[in-house]
Design a protein around this ligand. Sequence first.
Ligand code: 5GP
Ligand code: MN
Length: 354
Amino acid sequence: MYFCRLFCNQILKKADIETIKDILSSPKKMVIVTHYNPDGDAIGSSLALLLYLQQYKHQVSVLVPNSLPDYLTWMPESENILIATEQLDICKEKIEEADIIFCLDFNAFNRVGQMQEFLEQSKTFKILIDHHISPMKYFNLKYSLTDKTSSTSELVYRLIVEKLADKKHFTKAMAECLYVGIMTDTGSMSYSCNNPSTYRVLSALVDYKIDGEKIHRRVYDTYSESRLHLLGYCLFKKLVVLKEFSTSYMLLTKADLDFYNYQQGDTEGIVNYGLSIKEVRFTAFFTERDDRVRISFRSKGNFDVNVLAKQYFNGGGHKNAAGGNFYGNIYDAVNLLLKILPSYKEQLNQPWDD
Ligand code: 5GP
Ligand code: MN
């Protein structure tokens, strides 16, 4: 942990704050790029920053690698987001023309799909705002806090109001966006939120008279009927519990997804059910995609899924929530997990509720 505080957290220095103020002071072309399969935090933090920058007359575009889930399309300015899988040339042009590139809610270029090579080739000044462990070196300025921070959305608030002391440019619409980000990245304040700062920021957002209950309904009570059937199918037919390893997993093939008319975002959150069993402290959720197998990992307590995802599944994330990729057959992906589980047996069988 001490190591992480020293090397993972990139606190803004006075000079960094002055650099950002200087950047803001004259109109520029800017892009905000966020990660593949953008979630509530990716979109919420990006749109809040967009709304902020627009007030300074910058020309700003939000670029996402692939489309956003339906439950986020009500958000302000979401209709103007550029989607790389649909408008790759425009995204390329925007990145090439930009004077400043903001990278939000990811720590490495391999998280931005087809835009990866544009970012790699770009020499433009890049500002990272993120909460994932071990950000890569190639960002020019980093505001990256991994502990005692819920989300990138929380950091966007702290940047604008606390670091830049610019509360007068903070608006209700921005508060709504950031509320979405904090709410979704903490599972409605159930994990990654044991931090006074998270509640301080939430309290400040609610002061803008946002309707947190309505926002929750818009995000969590707008699923399609087929998504609910898919969830039911997963829980009833696909959940495997391995008591010996305090582990559970589920897998969905492409045929399963097709049968339930899969739409982007439909599998979001299903992984958490695998962890909700008392005896389970680690769960994995495999889904078969066109070009790979996507895996979501969740854990309780000190079992570190970020390390496991990085070491075996070309991924990463946080201690208790990480994602990974397997380039091959979905059953081989599951078999790889089954093969490595014995080496974690002792850790997995330790009590987590201490
Ligand atoms: P999810 O399982 O919800 O897709 O992802 C859980 C967490 O892991 C998120 O914070 C996400 O940003 C991170 N994550 C997911 N996939 C990857 C990946 O391939 N690489 C890295 N570094 N992080 C990931
Ligand atoms: Mn996030």
